[in-house]
Design a protein around this ligand. Sequence first.
Ligand code: DAT
Ligand code: MG
Length: 151
Amino acid sequence: GNSERTFIMVKPDGVQRGIVGDILRRFEQRGYKLVGLKLLQAPRALLESHYEEHKGKKFYEPLLSYIGSGPVVAMVWEGLNVISVGRKMLGATDPAKSEPGTIRGDYAIVTGRNIVHGSDSEKAAQREIDLWFRAEELANWSLTVNPWIYE
Ligand code: DAT
Ligand code: MG
């Protein structure tokens, strides 16, 4: 629904390459509401939990090492269908398959440096938001332009 929320994270390569602002801009420009935002160096335990579905896969250790290699920017965005639309805005997991105009399609070449994370389901979004943010870190506010974004 309208109050659906998703967890989006700019990975260390996105931070290093200076595209945090562009990623924020894309979600803001679309009309979504920012409810959580922070820069942090993620501890190993947090990354293990975040990526628990991939434990044991061959890319798991390189993935944790990559995401733990520098600060990430964690965000929570809210709005209608933001989980699925957010995934579309990110592009395919493999940037070679991402359409130009998507974040990965505009900035990335290989899967192991694909710039950004986004929750893939309601269940994952709830789990990831709870994992990365405390309740008091999420702002309760209303976007005054909402009537110009939603009918
Ligand atoms: P997504 O990030 O699009 O949800 P995923 O959940 O399947 O994709 O995988 C999580 C991350 O793990 C992905 O963004 C990059 C890395 N990854 C996935 N498959 C990979 C592969 N075959 N080789 C290298 N890295 C991979
Ligand atoms: Mg995933």
